[in-house]
Design a protein around this ligand. Structure first.
Ligand SMILES: Cc1ncc(COP(=O)(O)O)c(C=O)c1O
Length: 392
């Protein structure tokens, strides 16, 4: 090796440094070194997907569906998604309102990076799923609104409105939410969407858990916004049909917005996986008992987890209405990362520290009940005595 020459590495876009390493990885890496760990950390359904969807995937491959699909997505799939949302939310959508993406993540990534300009602000309601960091990568500024476990992480819409100003370009919604499982009432979403529309602020609504509704009512931003011109709703099949690995999602917006995002999409992934699109079409066309049964099962687990959290020393819980998470808080000032790591090492229960989801929730722990009832019971049998011994 020539040690005399100066070797210069890549000069990355400085925005890259805004993306943190997720504490979820740190927890998982530590857990992987151990032999006896009960996970309350999993962020995807633990149930096997509907067999007819898997068969449709195989059939698509046998039929030779391995070529590029149209860049905005398979027309029949775009139509099926438009029809489904139109029926479910009493809105009028057609195929041109839908763009097929690589999961909800890509739809969110595109919406955020297309909307954010350096120095412009994006409102995020914390705790929030990690995708909001894309704002900082794109040079935007986060306006963080804090919600807490003691009122079930509900947000006061007036606080969101008060955070809007001339520099605000977008706001993020996520109901039901990860990490909280919180569903916002219709009035909250309506008030926020109306105020955003009046000010020309984009509402980017992550509705990836929109079918995991444990307690009705659930209102999609599609029903609450005055029009689609400043709304983008993102979702996917990852949670609804337990198909996270197929990486298929969509963005829904006005036709003009979809054309703009379609141009961007061409430069990211050209088009989405062709056999997957056939499988997802089958998922939408088939009977939906899988989803109904999944909701019944998660509701049963949620009810038990709420009881167990209430019986656990130092935790302040609440009853989440959707998804498969609850995020109880520890006393103010307690470091959730330290607690999660010690609990993992000392009694083998893996949770996710609240600080993963924003600056203001560092004293919380995200618990996922996307695991068997046996695992849930086993985890709390370890957690309850261990937390009881802590003097915070
Ligand atoms: C709130 C939220 N949005 C988006 C995603 C990613 O979804 P997808 O697998 O469809 O990209 C997740 C995954 O955990 C999530 O919790």
């Amino acid at each position: 090796m020539n040690t005399k020459s100066t070797i210069r590495g890549i000069e990355w876009n400085p925005g890259l440094a805004a993306l943190p390493f997720s504490p979820i990885r740190t927890m998982f890496n530590e857990a992987a070194k151990m032999s006896d760990v009960v996970h309350l950390s999993i962020g995807q359904p633990d149930l096997p997907p509907p067999p007819y969807v898997i068969e449709a995937f195989h059939q698509a491959l046998r039929d030779g569906r391995t070529r590029y699909e149209l860049d905005a997505g398979m027309p029949a799939l775009r139509q099926a998604i438009a029809d489904f949302y139109s029926r479910r939310h009493s809105v009028s959508l057609d195929a041109d309102n839908v763009l097929i993406t690589t999961g909800c993540c890509q739809a969110m990534f595109m919406a955020l990076s297309a909307a954010v300009q350096p120095g412009r602000e994006v409102i995020v309601i914390e705790p929030a799923f990690v995708l909001f960091h894309i704002v900082e990568m794109a040079g935007g500024v986060l306006r963080r609104i804090v919600t807490t476990a003691d009122n079930g992480y509900q947000v006061d819409p007036q606080e969101v409105i008060d955070a809007m100003n001339d520099r605000t370009c977008a706001l993020l919604l996520n109901s039901p939410g990860n990490p909280t499982g919180t569903i916002y009432p219709r009035e909250t979403i309506e008030t926020i969407c109306r105020a955003a529309a009046e000010r020309g602020i984009a509402v980017i609504s992550d509705e990836v858990y929109d079918r995991l509704i444990l307690d009705e009512p659930f209102a999609s931003a599609l029903e609450c916004a005055p029009h689609l011109d400043n709304l983008i709703v993102a979702s996917s099949v990852s949670k609804t049909y337990s198909l996270a690995g197929l990486r298929l999602g969509w963005a829904i917006s006005s036709k003009a917005n979809i054309v703009d995002l379609q141009r961007f999409h061409m430069f990211i992934s050209t088009c989405e996986n062709t056999p997957t699109q056939s499988a997802v079409l089958a998922a939408f066309q088939g009977e939906q008992t899988f989803v109904e049964q999944m909701v019944v099962e998660y509701r049963r687990r949620r009810d038990r987890v709420v009881e167990l959290v209430a019986a656990t020393p130092h935790l302040t819980g609440y009853k989440p209405s959707g998804a498969f998470f609850v995020m109880p808080s520890l006393p103010v000032g307690v470091d959730g990362f330290d607690v999660a790591m010690r609990m993992l090492k000392e009694v083998g229960v893996c949770t996710v520290p609240g600080g993963t989801f924003g600056n203001a929730c560092g004293n919380a722990l995200r618990l996922s009940y996307s695991t068997s009832m046996e695992n849930i019971e086993a985890a709390f049998e370890r957690m309850i005595p261990w937390l009881g011994q802590q003097s915070f």
